[in-house]
Ligand binder design. Structure first.
Ligand SMILES: Nc1nc2c(ncn2[C@@H]2O[C@H](COP(=O)(O)OP(=O)(O)OP(=O)(O)O)[C@@H](O)[C@H]2O)c(=O)[nH]1
Ligand SMILES: [Mg+2]
Length: 155
């Protein structure tokens, strides 16, 4: 209950200040920067991207809310920084590439659970899983993604 209240308080705080702070994480090539660009411009096709080095910050204004997005690198050597940047965010978006193979999704799952189990504060942070590249066929279904990413999955 404490965690739930804390999460609600954080979201309300975003409403008060008008600034919603969001961290985008996920393996490299999972579509984080593309999603950020889409949120900023609302345009498709997406602007061409380059692999993110470290972190990039972008700000988008949507009606009364300013969204500040911390776009992290997904490269293996940069993933240890996720913890630092995900702390104190109103929300975390975890991107999963729907056209990657099952081993890759298993790696994504391991990284996600490593992060959320590393600090008790993540129990109070809303987490959104975003399945990307679903415009490409074939891609992982939402049901399969949920199964592969669930804690009990041995796939
Ligand atoms: N077809 C399609 N391609 C996508 C989509 N999202 C991303 N891509 C492509 O996937 C590649 C990687 O996208 P990025 O957004 O750079 O990936 P990233 O997660 O930011 O990668 P890092 O910065 O290296 O961690 C690019 O070539 C994108 O154009 C999508 O929804 N559909
Ligand atoms: Mg990127």
């Amino acid at each position: 209950m404490g965690s739930l209240l804390s999460a609600v308080r954080r979201m309300l705080f975003a409403e008060e200040t008008g600034v919603l702070e969001v961290a985008l994480i996920g393996l490299e090539n999972s579509g984080k920067t593309t999603l950020v660009n889409f949120i900023c411009t609302g345009e498709k096709p997406a602007i061409a991207t380059h692999p993110t080095i470290g972190v990039n910050v972008k700000v988008a204004k949507k009606k009364q809310v300013t969204i500040k997005m911390w776009d992290m690198t997904g490269q293996e050597r940069g993933r240890q920084d996720w913890l630092r940047y995900c702390a104190d965010q109103h929300c975390i978006i975890f991107c999963v590439d729907s056209i990657s193979d099952r081993n890759r999704v298993a790696t994504a799952k391991d990284e996600l659970f490593r992060l959320v189990s590393s600090s008790a504060q993540f129990a109070a942070t809303p987490l959104m899983i975003c399945l990307t590249k679903t415009d490409v066929t074939p891609h992982l279904s939402e049901e399969d993604a949920v199964e592969l990413l669930s804690k009990s999955s041995s796939l």
